[in-house]
Structure formats: structure tokens, C-alpha cells
Design a protein around this ligand. Structure first.
Ligand code: HEM
Ligand code: HEM
Length: 221
């Protein structure tokens, strides 16, 4: 059997899939409020209730994860905010790589490539926007001024449009795009089983693969 390397530890995978569940419910129940013709679905209030239950899960799951894995969380959060010259290389190569599947054009990447870092950064920043604006709309609906509530709805909607559209790009790039195959040992497997083949790690994340092969650092997310 082909050699495999660990890419995501179990706690990270559990957090990812719990968040996928919560986000999907929030997205669908939010859509019902966002698109007026779908408003009839929210009339008896059950979608609003589901939105609040999923919101509690969406807030608690990362908090529990950070408390139990604070070292890994801090270094993971730092990764999202540290950008360098190699990220420019990714941006230049990305169109050839993703549209023409030209693997030679892509410079060696770290544990997370620049595109993954962009999604991770969005999840952190807009996740905080969702929580703050959502809690104000929820808890201060009766007491806050109309202008403040309108501002919160606007920010909540901006976060919804940005993450909602990238959500589909993320699914495409992590499961469907031909370069992320095969499912059993490629990108999908990294989040499903925690492992990818050494070949996949080498061709997609050469810088990270080099470090773990030399035993310098066994960093998995
Ligand atoms: C993280 C915690 C979140 C909280 C506490 C929260 C809370 C809320 C609340 C209280 C409302 C007003 C609903 C009502 O009038 O009954 C709302 C609306 C909405 N939420 Fe969330 N939400 C959260 C996350 C999300 C996420 C992740 C999404 C989408 C991916 C989302 C999408 C929406 C949309 C589209 C609306 C409708 C806004 C409008 O009327 O234009 N929410 N949310
Ligand atoms: C059905 C929906 C989803 C599927 C099938 C999915 C699948 C995956 C897979 C396979 C990976 C590993 C990619 C790799 O390392 O090569 C991944 C990574 C990740 N996912 Fe998801 N995901 C989904 C939804 C979400 C949602 C809703 C969020 C956040 C709210 C999210 C956040 C992340 C992050 C931050 C990473 C690490 C960075 C990256 O690879 O982009 N995912 N996902």
C-alpha cells in the first residue's frame, strides 16, 4: 500500500464537520429570510428557531476546540494572517493551475496553499462578524435602535453573501476539482480520514512535505 501522511488530526476534523452541519443549517435558514419569495417558509418561526440552535453550535464548537487545543489554535490562526512573497507566486500561477490543470506552473506550497489560507481567513473574519451581528440582532432586538439593527442586518448579509458564495467554491475545490483527486487519498481523504498519500502531499504541498520528511516538524492541522 502507498505510504500516507497525517494532514488533519481528529479534533480538527470533528470541528470541521460539526461546523459544516451548523453552517449548512444557518445558510439554508438564513436564505429563507434573505430571499423574500421564500419568506412563507419562515412564517411559523421554525426556521428562525433552527437558525438560533445552529448558531449556538456554530459558536460553541470552535470555543471548545480552542480551549482544548489552544496551542494548535494559536499557530493555526497565525497561519491565516501571515502572508509573504510565495503567496504572490500562487496568485500568478492559480489560473493556469486550476483552469488548465498545469501542475508545473505552481510553486511549492506549505501545509495550506494561498487559496486555502484565503478561505481560512474569511472563515475567521466573517465568523466573528456573524457572531457579533447575529447576537446583537438576537439579544437586543427590542432595546437597540433601529439604525443599529439595520447596520447589523447589512453586515450579517455581507458576511452571508461572501461566505455563502465561497462555500460552493470550497466544496468544488476540495472535493470535485480533478487535481484534488483521487477521493480515497487526496483532498477529501485529508478531512474524511485525516490522511493523504505521500504522492498527493508532495505534489500539492511540497514545502510542508519536505519538512515532515526531514522530521523537522510534524505539523498537521
Ligand atoms: C454565528 C451565529 C449567528 C447568529 C447568532 C445569527 C443570528 C441571526 C439572527 C438573530 C437573525 C435575525 C433573524 C430573525 O429576524 O429572526 C439572522 C438572520 C440571518 N442570518 Fe444569521 N446568525 C448567525 C450566523 C449566520 C450564518 C453563518 C449565516 C449564513 C451562512 C447566516 C445567515 C443569515 C441571513 C441570510 C439572515 C437574514 C438577514 C436578513 O433579514 O436580510 N447567519 N441571523
Ligand atoms: C459540505 C461542505 C464541505 C465540504 C465537503 C468540505 C470539505 C473540506 C475538505 C475535503 C477539506 C480539506 C482540503 C485540503 O486540505 O486539501 C476542507 C478544509 C477546510 N474546510 Fe471545509 N468543507 C465543507 C464546508 C466547510 C465550511 C462550512 C467551512 C467553514 C465554515 C469549512 C472550512 C474549512 C477550512 C478552514 C479548511 C482548511 C483550509 C482549506 O483547505 O481550505 N469547510 N474542507
Amino acid at each position: 500500500m502507498e505510504r500516507e501522511v497525517e494532514r488533519y488530526r481528529r479534533p480538527t476534523r470533528v470541528l470541521h464537520w460539526v461546523n459544516v452541519g451548523a453552517f449548512t443549517v444557518l445558510f439554508l435558514t438564513g436564505l429563507v429570510l434573505f430571499i423574500p419569495p421564500l419568506g412563507f417558509l419562515a412564517q411559523d418561526g421554525w426556521t428562525r428557531l433552527l437558525h438560533r440552535i445552529a448558531a449556538v453550535l456554530f459558536i460553541l464548537a470552535p470555543l471548545i476546540y480552542v480551549l482544548l487545543n489552544w496551542k494548535a489554535s494559536l499557530s493555526g490562526i497565525k497561519d491565516a494572517f501571515v502572508w509573504g512573497a510565495e503567496d504572490i507566486g500562487w496568485l500568478i500561477a492559480a489560473p493556469r493551475y486550476y483552469f488548465l490543470c498545469d501542475e508545473e506552473s505552481m510553486p511549492p506550497q506549505e501545509h495550506m496553499n494561498t487559496g486555502q489560507k484565503m478561505w481560512w481567513l474569511m472563515v475567521i473574519v466573517f465568523g466573528i462578524v456573524f457572531v457579533i451581528t447575529g447576537l446583537i440582532m438576537w439579544l437586543f432586538k427590542e432595546t437597540a435602535s433601529a439604525a443599529l439593527l439595520q447596520g447589523m442586518v447589512l453586515l450579517h448579509d455581507i458576511a452571508f453573501i461572501a461566505t455563502g458564495s465561497m462555500f460552493f467554491v470550497h466544496i468544488y475545490l476540495s472535493v470535485i476539482h480533478p487535481l484534488m483527486r483521487p477521493l480515497r487519498t487526496g483532498a477529501w481523504s485529508s478531512m474524511a480520514r485525516g490522511k493523504v498519500s505521500a504522492h498527493y502531499a508532495k505534489s500539492h504541498h511540497a514545502k510542508w512535505y519536505d519538512r515532515i520528511s526531514k522530521g523537522e516538524e510534524v505539523k498537521s492541522g
